[in-house]
Design a protein around this ligand. Structure first.
Ligand code: PDD
Length: 287
């Protein structure tokens, strides 16, 4: 089946889908994005992803390329046309095309570039990974001061993930100057501390407020479980009973090793497994 990618109003064949060489997303990283899970052909937490996109755009003084309802239609249509059952949807909005200039104000001809694509991901592979859990490697967090905005300026995360991979890790846990874990390179970081409380960093400007994170917090509320939003150190994480990451691409993924330290008995913890098993019962599933 041939894939199609939505670019500015057209569903183009994969090989023909392109953006102008002077798109500001390409030249300046002047663009924001979203990644949504697709489960059984349906978008997961679509409303929250669109709301976060709108917030990212607003923080960068960019307009929504279309209404939230129209955007949802494009997203669902992209999933449908690509016949994705389990996988991801990727959406990117850049400030648009213009002769290269750092400044954007006063340029009335700029109009946002919207790209939307979807692709399948092997659920069997992700599930097999979740059964054994992943190893993470700690790396210095060298990103900018507005990690709450989901921009495409992902070079620090690219480098951190490559460095983690070179050391046998599936994800990098980024560490601030105080020795505290901020988040994963493309996920939020969680531990269950020695007292059995769930801990994840507060969603300030230092991390992305993950949609999966928010939905897991809903799940904790439903189950009456205690959550503490605070920074935690690498040393504390290594002593944790359980650890996991959350993201649209992983939902809840157990962490069984941090650097050279085994977490718990080296197997995914019972609590993490429960959150993973119940995640979709609390997430919003689009029609
Ligand atoms: N990344 N933190 C960072 C830095 C991220 O890039 C992501 C998501 C998350 C988790 O957010 P959510 O639960 O909304 O997926 C946290 C996506 C999956 C990516 O870049 O591929």
């Amino acid at each position: 089946m041939s894939r199609v990618i939505y670019v500015d109003g057209q569903y183009a064949p994969w090989g023909e889908a392109s953006v102008h060489a002077e798109d500001r997303g390409f030249q300046f990283g002047d663009a924001v994005y979203e990644v949504c899970e697709v489960a059984k052909g349906h978008l997961v937490d679509e409303t929250r992803h669109i709301a976060r996109l709108a917030r990212s755009l607003k923080e960068l003084d960019m307009a929504m390329p279309m209404s939230a309802a129209a955007l949802a239609r494009v997203m669902r249509e992209t999933v449908r046309r690509n016949r994705v059952r389990d996988g991801i949807l990727y959406l990117q909005v850049s400030r648009g095309v213009a002769p290269r200039d750092f400044l954007y104000s006063g340029n009335d001809s700029l109009s946002p570039t919207l790209v939307c694509l979807a692709r399948s991901v092997s659920m069997a592979k992700v599930e097999a990974q979740a059964v054994v859990g992943i190893a993470v490697k700690t790396m210095p967090d060298i990103r900018w001061g507005r990690c709450d905005i989901k921009t495409v300026m992902l070079l620090p995360s690219v480098l951190a993930k490559e460095a983690a991979k070179a050391e046998g890790g599936k994800e990098a846990w980024l560490v601030d100057r105080d020795g505290k874990v901020t988040e994963g390179a493309s996920s939020n970081a969680w531990i269950i501390d020695a007292d059995g409380r769930l801990v994840t960093r507060q969603a300030d400007r230092g991390i992305l407020r993950g949609v999966t994170r928010t939905t897991v917090i809903d799940l904790l509320g439903r189950e009456g479980m205690e959550l503490v939003e605070r920074p935690f150190s690498v040393a504390e994480a290594k002593q944790a009973r359980e650890a996991f990451i959350t993201s649209a691409t992983n939902t809840v993924m157990p962490v069984v090793r941090i650097d050279e330290t085994t977490i718990g008995d080296g197997k995914p913890g019972p609590f993490t497994r429960k959150l993973r098993a119940e995640f979709h019962s609390v997430a919003e599933i689009a029609p």
